[in-house]
Design a protein around this ligand. Sequence first.
Ligand code: G6P
Length: 364
Amino acid sequence: ASYDMGGHDTFMHKEISEQPDAVDRVLRGRIDDRFSTVHLGGLNLDPREARTIRRIKILGCGTSYHAGLIGAGLIESMARIPADAEPASEFRYRNPVVDPDTLYIAVSQSGETYDVLAAVQELKRKGARVLGVVNVVGSAIAREADGGMYVHAGPEVCVVSTKCFTNTVTAFALLALHLGRVRDLSVTDGKRIIEGLRKLPAQIEEILKTEEQIKEIAAEYAGAQSMMFIGRVRGYPVALEASLKLKEISYIHAEAYPASELKHGPLALIEPALPTVAIVPDDDLLEKNRAALEEIKARSGRILAVAHQEQAKADHTIVVPKNEDELDPILMGIPLQLLAYHTALAMGRDIDKPRNLAKSVTVE
Ligand code: G6P
């Protein structure tokens, strides 16, 4: 199929801009206000079965793996089911213990990534129940799974994923709310999360308005040899994804660390030539994150914070709207898509088709 850029210079820019509508689509028709939950008809999981799940294992590659990491956090916090995410390719080759009380979830934009498909097939051969969280309707992984949910991001053309990532994470919030309400999440908390979900499209619009500010910051960082991304707990997978995005399209080396691990090694790298991007939400870890900024400043490191309020220790702060703590990671990565974009643009990169990468990798 051929799609046009609708007045944008690149598909990546178009897809970043489409996020308010895309998120609206993943929510549409699924919220049930009467019971403060969401309906996910395609899961094929009745409440009694949902209550017997003891563990959730999420599998994906690249950006979809990062979406799975945030998804695992959402599930643990809302449904109180132990959950984690792992790259599908690694999972498949370590002869994993396949446990009947574990629900497996395969995440894929294309639904065709070979490493993910092969992991699903291996799991099914061993009798596991596997759900898909997939964008492309009718794709191989969607067909192979026992059920699941479509993320309805619409067609994504740029090799690197933006709107599908945001929609996948939002889909995980719906799944976490659904599982939570079958288990121990209260009506009040269910309502609180639903109100938060409904705010997302307008809050993403707000974030997109910071593009000019981000463009100016990107002009400073273009040409950096390397960049550090840090966050804690919910913010850490946001940092991982932001660093991947920057690497993929600007070719600047970047790494992501939990802010708490800085002192166990990477602090040795901090100096003026290595800028740090920090995820600093207004939550129970705010003071801890601020302490990390101080550590970096004390070593003359430059800091860009993505936060809910200006950060005194940062050279720049991109202020994003506050949502419920659980849902903040959905929003905090969006300005960093724009940072990667404008950094790569300033460096003259081929943004929609970065070197050495393919949109979907259908071979091993
Ligand atoms: C490729 C792409 C990545 C993508 C990954 C997984 O490596 O370059 O951007 O995240 O595949 O793709 P999927 O379609 O399974 O989400």
